[in-house]
Design a binder for this molecule. Sequence first.
Ligand SMILES: Cc1ncc(COP(=O)(O)O)c(C=O)c1O
Length: 389
Amino acid sequence: MTTPEAFINPLYVTQPLLPNLGETYRMIEAIWQSKQLSNNGQMVQQLEKELAGFLGVKYLSVLCNGTAALQIACKALDLTGEVITTPFTFSATTHSLAWNNLKPVFCDIEEDTFNINPDLIEALITQETSAILPVHVFGNPCNVEKIQQIADKHGLKVLYDAAHAFGVKLHGKPIGTFGDISMFSFHATKVYHTIEGGGLSCNQAYLKERIDSLRNFGQRDDTFPEPGTNAKLNEVQAGIGLLVLKKIEDEIKKRKKLTNLYRQLLSDIPGITLNRDIAGVTPNYSYFVIRVEPEEFGLNRDQLFLKLQEYNIISRKYFFPLCSNFQCYSILPSASKSNLPVANRVADRVLTLPLHGRLQDTDVLKICEIIKKIRQEHITSKLTGERTR
Ligand SMILES: Cc1ncc(COP(=O)(O)O)c(C=O)c1O
C-alpha cells in the first residue's frame, strides 16, 4: 500500500458552487441600475419562475433561509399542538416547531434510508397531532406514499423538510410536489444555493399567497390580516441564485462521477457501508455518507473522524448529536433512547466525506487510500500490542 501524506490544505465536506465573477459583476450592475435591492424585485420574480420550472413544482416562494421558510410553513398550514418528526436531522427542523410553540414528537428512523419510519408513525398520533414533518435525509426520498396514506386517514398535514433534496425525483415525480408544502434550503453548503436562502413549494395557490404575505410582515395589499415576519430574499442573492442555477446540472454530474469513484474504492472495506442509489430515485448526490461499524472496521466513527483530521480531511458527523438528545428536547417523553434505538445507533456511526464539484478524482483516490491506511495501521498496532503483552 502507498503511504499517502496529509492534504496541504483542509479538505471540507463541501465547497460552494461559485458563479463566474464576470457574470456576477454584470448581474450586480443590472441591480444597481434598477435601484431595487429588495421587496420582490425583478431578480426574485425571475428566480421563483426559473426554480419552479427546474424543480417541477406548481408554486414556489423564495425566502431568506430554510429555517425561516420552515417556520413560515408551519404558520401557513395552521399547525397546532403536536407534530410527528424525525430526530435524525439538522437542528433547524425541530427548532422550527418549537419556535411555533408546537411540540415535536420524535419517531424512530429506518435503518437503511435514515428517514422517518412510517410504520411507527400511527402509534404516536394523539388528539393533539396536527401534522407530520419528515425529512428527506441526504436527499433520499421518504416513503411519501405511506406517509400520505397515514395523513389522509387521520386528517393531518404533511410538511416535508426537503433541505437536502434539490432536484431529486421519485419515479419521475419532482420531490417538491409531495405533501402540503416542501422546504428547500439554499444555504451555501447545499448542492444549490443563493448564499443563504430557502424555498417553499406547494400545489395550491392560496398557500403560496399566504406564504408570500407571511414572509412580508403579513401584508396583503394595504391590510394586515395576520402577523407576519420579514423573511424576504434580497435581489443580489436572488441574482446569485439565477447564476448558480445555470451551473447546477454540471455540478450534479461531477458529483455523480466522484460518488461512483468513492463507491468503487470503498466497497470492499469491512465495516464500512455506503449510501447506494435507491430504485426509482433520481438523486442529486448532495452528500457522500458512510456508516462505520466499529466491530468490523476496528475503529469507531469518532476515532475515524479524528484520524481523518490528522490528514486534513474535515469530515462531518451529520447528524450528531441527535435532536432528541439536545438539552432542550431530551425531557420530552418521545426523546427517550428506548423510543429511538435506530436513530441513536445511526447517529453514532454515520460520517459525511468531502463531496463537491471542485474535488478531483485524485482527491477521492487519496481519501480512500487514507481510510484504508488508517484501518490497516490500527489493526497492525492492535496485533503488535497483543503480541507484546
Ligand atoms: C435538514 C435541514 N433542515 C433545515 C435546514 C435549515 O436550512 P437553512 O440553513 O437554509 O436555514 C438545514 C440546513 O442547513 C438542513 O440540513
